[in-house]
Structures are given as structure tokens and as C-alpha cells.
Design a protein around this ligand. Structure first.
Ligand SMILES: Nc1ncnc2c1ncn2[C@@H]1O[C@H](COP(=O)(O)OP(=O)(O)OP(=O)(O)O)[C@@H](O)[C@H]1O
Length: 267
């Protein structure tokens, strides 16, 4: 006899949230930088906005499994992040560009990306082609065999993006990826983001509202460790009015979201 399958079971097996957080709290040092966050993300490009100190980097680090949750529930790609074997399997399918990343200056771009592929336990036979493809995708083909110490800041950032995408991650976390990119590279990067977001869940932290509008399917606004707004870029543009700060409708909408949250918090 066939057993009835509950909606909850199919949801987990066929449509797992790439990120599902309930009441998530994360400490940065002693400070509770993420304070009771509820967030669910699926495939697409999600732009993470928030003022300095909002908790964006701390959230990214928690989703990258670098920082453990202090409280609440967190599942990534349908798996909890509690046990060692779950963590290992999640990390194989993650890509993460930290805000500040360490690297060996004498490594070439190819060696660096290859080393990260090895850390992600990619099958040996697939590494060389995957490394070349990710270097090509970030526009560093001509610099593939240059040492990292000889690269400009923007090129180094692109090498960082290449290592993050080398394993075709299902969950890609990019913390301020456009810092140091020149205007032409930023346009290319937006195209790459749109491409990556068709199959994967991409979370991009940025201060540039225009990048979010141009490349994201969804916007998340964080303030004081809490999610204060989530919706489409068009929806964000509709939040503001002429009196709000900003050069574009989206910037004024973002200012309005923060203004309202601050007013509510002050009550
Ligand atoms: N190691 C630490 N020890 C104590 N407090 C910290 C530490 N790291 C971060 N914080 C604090 O946690 C809060 C959130 O910091 P976080 O770096 O996550 O914010 P952010 O939104 O990424 O900011 P920015 O836009 O400036 O990069 C800030 O108030 C910050 O001062």
C-alpha cells in the first residue's frame, strides 16, 4: 500500500530552502550582531543591504559555517549545521567570498583557486577544468599564471570570486564582492551574478543599492541584527518619497525602510 506523503516531506526533498533561519542569533566577539533573524532563501540572487554594523558580515560568516549560531535554528541546503558530517557535506557545496580574505602572495591565481578546490574536496579529475572555467568566468584568463602579490585590488577580488565559484556551489555567499572593481568589471560581474542565480542561491552583501537593483531578484535589508525588509528591487523603489535621502528611487526606498525601522525602534 502506498503511504501518503505529507507536504512537509516533499518540501524538504524537492524544494529545500537553500537557507532557512528561525530566531537565529550569532555573536561577533561578545556582541550579539545577529539578533533573532528569520530568513528563508531559495534560488536567485539576493542582495543584502544594511548600514555599517548592521550584522551583514556576521550573518554571512554564520551562513558560511565559520561562526556557530548562539541560538535559534539554521539549516543550509536542507541540512542542519550541528554535526561534523553535516558540516562537511554543506561546506563542499558552499562558496564563500569573505570581506577580507587571506591568501598566499606567492601562489598564482591558478594555484590559489586549485588549492581552494582541494579544500572543498572536489574530485581530483575535475579540478583543472573547473579552475580554468572559474578563472575565465571572472575575466582573469590573462592573469591565470600571475602571482597573487602582483595583482591589483580589483583583480584580487576577482580571484576571490573565482575560488568561491570553483565548485559550482548551490549556496554562494559574496561579502562586498564589487569593492575595487572598475565600472566595466562591475557590469560583467552583474551578468555573472544573474547567470549564477539561475540555478543557485546567491547572497550578495553590498553598500551599492544600484548593484542590487541591477542584478538581484530579491532584496534583504538588515538593521541592528534584524531583518527589517524583504522584497523585490521594484518593491524597494516604491518604499520612499522625495524627502528621503538618495539619488535614485531605490536609494530613497532603502533610506525610507531604515528611517521607519529606526522610528519603530525608538517608540
Ligand atoms: N569581533 C568582534 N567583537 C565585538 N564586536 C564585533 C566584532 N565583530 C563585529 N562586531 C560588531 O558587530 C556588529 C555587526 O558587525 P558586522 O561586521 O557584522 O556588520 P556589517 O553590517 O557587516 O558592517 P559593515 O557594513 O561596516 O561591514 C557591529 O556593531 C560590530 O561593531
Amino acid at each position: 500500500m502506498m503511504r501518503a506523503v505529507s507536504a512537509a516531506e516533499t518540501a524538504v526533498t524537492t524544494h529545500p530552502w537553500a537557507v532557512h533561519a528561525e530566531g537565529l542569533r550569532v555573536r561577533a566577539g561578545r556582541h550579539l550582531a545577529v539578533d533573532g533573524l528569520d530568513l528563508s532563501l531559495t534560488a536567485g540572487v539576493h542582495g543584502l543591504l544594511g548600514p555599517n554594523g548592521a550584522g551583514k558580515t556576521t550573518l554571512m560568516r554564520a551562513l558560511a559555517t565559520v561562526l556557530p549560531p548562539a541560538a535559534g535554528r539554521l539549516t543550509l541546503l536542507g541540512r542542519s549545521v550541528d554535526g561534523r558530517s553535516e558540516l562537511r557535506s554543506v561546506r563542499r557545496t558552499l562558496g564563500y567570498l569573505p570581506q577580507h580574505f587571506g591568501f598566499y602572495p606567492r601562489f598564482t591565481v591558478r594555484e590559489f583557486v586549485g588549492y581552494m578546490a582541494w579544500l572543498k574536496e572536489m574530485p581530483k579529475a575535475a579540478v583543472a577544468a573547473a579552475v580554468q572555467r572559474s578563472i575565465d568566468r571572472v575575466g582573469l584568463t590573462a592573469k591565470a599564471d600571475a602571482r597573487l602579490k602582483t595583482l591589483s585590488g580589483g583583480m584580487l577580488r576577482r580571484a576571490g570570486i573565482a575560488q568561491a565559484i570553483v565548485n559550482d556551489p548551490q549556496l554562494l555567499l559574496l561579502d562586498e564582492p564589487t569593492v575595487g572593481l572598475d565600472p566595466e568589471q562591475r557590469l560583467d560581474f552583474r551578468e555573472l551574478l544573474r547567470d549564477l542565480g539561475t540555478d543557485s542561491c546567491v547572497l550578495v552583501s553590498t553598500h551599492l543599492v544600484e548593484d542590487v537593483v541591477a542584478a538581484c531578484t530579491d532584496v534583504i535589508v538588515l538593521n541592528e541584527g534584524r531583518l527589517v525588509w524583504q522584497g523585490t528591487p521594484e518593491g524597494l523603489s516604491g518604499q520612499g518619497d522625495q524627502g528621503d535621502a538618495g539619488d535614485s528611487r531605490a536609494e530613497r526606498g532603502y533610506s525610507a525602510v531604515l528611517r521607519r525601522h529606526r522610528a519603530e525602534a525608538a517608540r
